[in-house]
Design a protein around this ligand. Sequence first.
Ligand SMILES: Cc1cc2nc3c(=O)[nH]c(=O)nc-3n(C[C@H](O)[C@H](O)[C@H](O)COP(=O)(O)OP(=O)(O)OC[C@H]3O[C@@H](n4cnc5c(N)ncnc54)[C@H](O)[C@@H]3O)c2cc1C
Length: 264
Amino acid sequence: MEIVNYFKAKTVEEAYKKLQEDPSNLIIGGGAWLRLSSKTVNTAIDLEYVGLNQIKETENSIEIDAYVTLREVEKNEALSNLFSGIVNKGISGIMGVALRNLVTVGGSVVGKYSFSDFITPLLAVNTEVVLYKAGRMSLEDFLKLRTKEKDILLKIIIQKEEVLGYYYKMKKTGLDFAVVNVGVTNTLGHLKIVVGARPSLAAFAVKAMDYVNNQETVTDEVIEETANIAINELKFSTNSKASKEYRIELAKVYIRRGLKEVTK
Ligand SMILES: Cc1cc2nc3c(=O)[nH]c(=O)nc-3n(C[C@H](O)[C@H](O)[C@H](O)COP(=O)(O)OP(=O)(O)OC[C@H]3O[C@@H](n4cnc5c(N)ncnc54)[C@H](O)[C@@H]3O)c2cc1C
């Protein structure tokens, strides 16, 4: 990537204005993913001085600013005590500490990376995003959003609900990307199943969730059927990491394990 100008914004307004000035202008988070690209950027806009670097715990939620690094989120104690620690666990499986000290929440959410070990657990709990222009919306809606309008992610908000969680990243080697990743949660009896790196972006297994949430008890047979519905409704495919068939088998195993774990 070639950056022609580097702009350290002092306010979000200033950053937003600069972002609109040229189609190639962009916000830079940790820059770790951007630097792999070959594009030329007129102005890279740095958010270091705009004050988006806090993790705030309120009575009902954890609010994490966009410029916070994944390492800070991973180490956050309040978050590690919620949802069986699946958000922290997801992050801890990403490369090494050096990278996690650099990469940001903003870059990791806005990038909508299909392999993301951050988005899958966030989707399995109750997460919203707050954008400067588009405002507040669920993470699910944000992931589906297809717009050319350039915006700035200000923060994510995670509701502090009573959740039992499970997260598993299947990878071939310690530092690798996920072959498939699975998040399963139980919020006071309501089950959610998320599968990412299929290799497409994390998504809910909606039909499987409908089925399992309408059963009186979650028996082994129900778990088996739920996993079957999930792998049939979600789209899996082949890439250099794994075949479609292998991913389907893995997803089935981890969905089963997740359901067992959060319902035992
Ligand atoms: C070698 C390598 C291996 C990796 N392995 C994994 C892995 O196994 N699992 C995993 O989950 N992730 C992995 N990642 C991704 C990493 O965790 C980050 O998600 C990624 O680097 C983006 O974060 P960043 O801060 O570097 O964003 P940047 O590269 O700075 O930006 C990424 C995108 O987000 C935009 N952006 C950044 N902040 C904002 C904002 N506040 N508002 C609007 N737009 C914004 C940028 O304009 C750009 O388009 C890996 C990354 C690298 C480089």
